[in-house]
Design a protein around this ligand. Structure first.
Ligand code: NAP
Length: 254
């Protein structure tokens, strides 16, 4: 059985085949983590693996690929069992994978599309927490970071973003709940990240008329995600807002 010493942090990154997840996986690997890279697209994961190997020629197996559709919830449980068998712990969970869903009025949304967005953006992240919490608790400094969106709390331009906005608002509540359940009983620290508009495939499909060269690249956000995953990171249940480089607290209505 392979096992990584505690000095090598084991990091699961969902949605690692492209975009923000890929950039985060590379940055975590460059920081010395063993990355477990999850997505559906085998080719994208293999390219990432090649890049991580080029970054870490000193390490025989610097990454593990986990081709998986996050809507397959029993597969998430099996992943938890595999991580348990191989390392007995998980140090970092980056819940980044997301689905945009249809940008259309609520009454036009197809129920299947609604279910898919909720499955990927909300339920899969809950299933990851459910399957991986025991492993994060085995880490000396478990860190969980989930990628949300400004759409969750937007006060204008909300029309036609229904499924996505609803799912990200639910994700925010899920993650804050997990933070509250771990803060006094474990070393786990849990954060949300708002990336703002970044140059990815999802952004291009949401904003087809936009010039992508005007947007920041996921590689600029990646070092911030690495910082949120570090043992030195101490805040929990808060939102890191990348466009303004600030940590925000949630507040109840007055
Ligand atoms: P992206 O380039 O489209 O990447 C999305 C990732 O999620 C891909 O790796 C995709 O992999 C994975 N994924 C989607 N459905 C999946 C499924 N069913 N099972 C497993 N993996 C799945 O988009 P991105 O912009 O990097 O998005 C990453 C996160 O940032 C998302 O949560 C998104 O909501 C959030 N976000 C992005 C922006 C932005 O401007 N880019 C702004 C705010 C928030 P496969 O297709 O290979 O499975």
């Amino acid at each position: 059985m392979n096992s990584a010493p505690h000095s090598t942090r084991v990091a699961l990154v969902t949605g690692a085949s492209r975009g923000i997840g890929r950039a985060a996986a590379l940055a975590l690997a460059a920081a010395g983590c063993h990355v477990v890279a999850l997505a559906r697209t085998q080719g994208g994961l293999e390219e990432l693996d090649d890049e991580i190997r080029a970054l870490r020629p000193d390490v025989e197996t610097p990454a593990t690929l986990a081709p998986c559709d996050l809507r397959d919830f029993p597969a998430i449980d099996r992943l938890g069992e595999a991580l348990h068998k191989r390392w007995g712990r998980l140090d970092i969970l980056v819940g980044n994978a997301g689905a945009l869903g249809p940008l259309s009025p609520l009454h036009h949304v197809d129920p299947k599309q609604w279910e898919e967005v909720m499955a990927v953006n909300v339920t899969a992240n809950w299933r990851l927490i459910r399957a991986l919490d025991p492993l994060l608790r085995q880490s000396q400094a478990g860190r969980a970071v989930f990628v949300t969106s400004g759409a969750a709390s937007r006060t204008e331009l909300l029309a036609y973003w229904g499924p996505y906005a609803v799912s990200k608002a639910a994700l925010d509540a899920l993650v804050r709940t997990y933070a509250a359940e771990t803060v006094n009983t474990s070393a786990i620290r849990v954060m949300l990240v708002n990336p703002g508009p970044l140059r990815t495939r999802m952004r291009a499909s949401a904003m087809p008329g936009e010039d992508p060269t005007t947007l920041r690249a996921p590689e600029e956000l990646a070092p911030k995600i690495v910082a949120l995953c570090a043992p030195a990171w101490s805040e929990t249940g808060k939102l890191y807002d990348f466009p303004h480089d600030r940590v925000m607290s949630f507040s109840a209505p007055d």
